[in-house]
Design a protein around this ligand. Structure first.
Ligand SMILES: [Zn+2]
Length: 221
């Protein structure tokens, strides 16, 4: 019998497979990137990817339950030298301030370049494009999606403290958030399920490319 319930096992299988695929398309250079699920086995922990694993070999055994309260790995999963992603705190902060069920963190270069189009801003925006309908709950291209932007830092606890109120405020205003970008670092994208998060990442990949190509050809935006 598995430690995790069947729903979590199913989502972990899907996420492990997705991680291996994303690894082949520029999302995780040099073991970067990290991934997680909200556990339905227990509300006390999230299921977070192990640190330092080559994403081309990522499998079910590389997921670790990490408690929200203590930030510790569940005792049954502790091994010498084993730790969850260095950015675990950011994943937990996203679960604490949104309804996300799955969080993907990619280092793909287009997200960084896209954020550079909004210097000194707290939010990047995308509006008026059909593919925005790929984001859950959006039914028309006549909408504007905001992506919070944060300065990068190696103090992940501080970063998580900055992220929580921004995402929490969006939720209370009844506006969904789908992603955030750390400048010069990468993007976090989330959804209710692995499938939703994957689709949202694909939507942003496409929209970022579109915005960057627009500038490349110097068309008015
Ligand atoms: Zn990162």
């Amino acid at each position: 019998m598995s430690f995790f319930n069947t729903h979590d096992v199913e989502q972990m299988k899907k996420l492990a497979e997705l991680i291996r695929v994303l690894n082949t398309t520029g999302h995780n250079p040099a073991t970067s990137g990290n991934y997680s699920l909200r556990s339905t086995t227990s509300p006390e922990y999230a299921i977070v990817s192990e640190s330092g694993v080559d994403k081309s070999r990522f499998d079910m055994d590389h997921f670790l339950p990490v408690f929200f309260k203590t930030r510790e790995i569940h005792e049954l999963f502790q091994r010498p030298g084993r730790k969850s992603s260095d950015e675990t705190d950011i994943h937990l902060a996203i679960y604490e301030s949104t309804n996300a069920g799955c969080v993907l963190h990619s280092h793909k270069v287009e997200a960084l370049l896209f954020a550079n189009l909004f210097p000194r801003a707290n939010y990047a925006t995308i509006e008026g494009l059909e593919l925005l309908k790929g984001l859950k709950g959006i039914k028309t291209h006549e909408t504007k999606v905001e992506i919070p932007l944060f300065e990068n830092t190696q103090d992940i606890t501080l970063l998580a403290d900055r992220i929580r109120p921004v995402l929490g405020a969006s939720t209370s205003a009844n506006e969904r958030t789908y992603a955030l970008i750390l400048r010069g670092h990468g993007i976090y994208v989330w959804g209710d399920t692995v499938e939703d998060a994957k689709r949202h990442l694909e939507v942003f990949d496409y929209l970022f490319q579109y915005q960057l190509e627009m500038r490349r050809y110097a068309w008015p935006s």
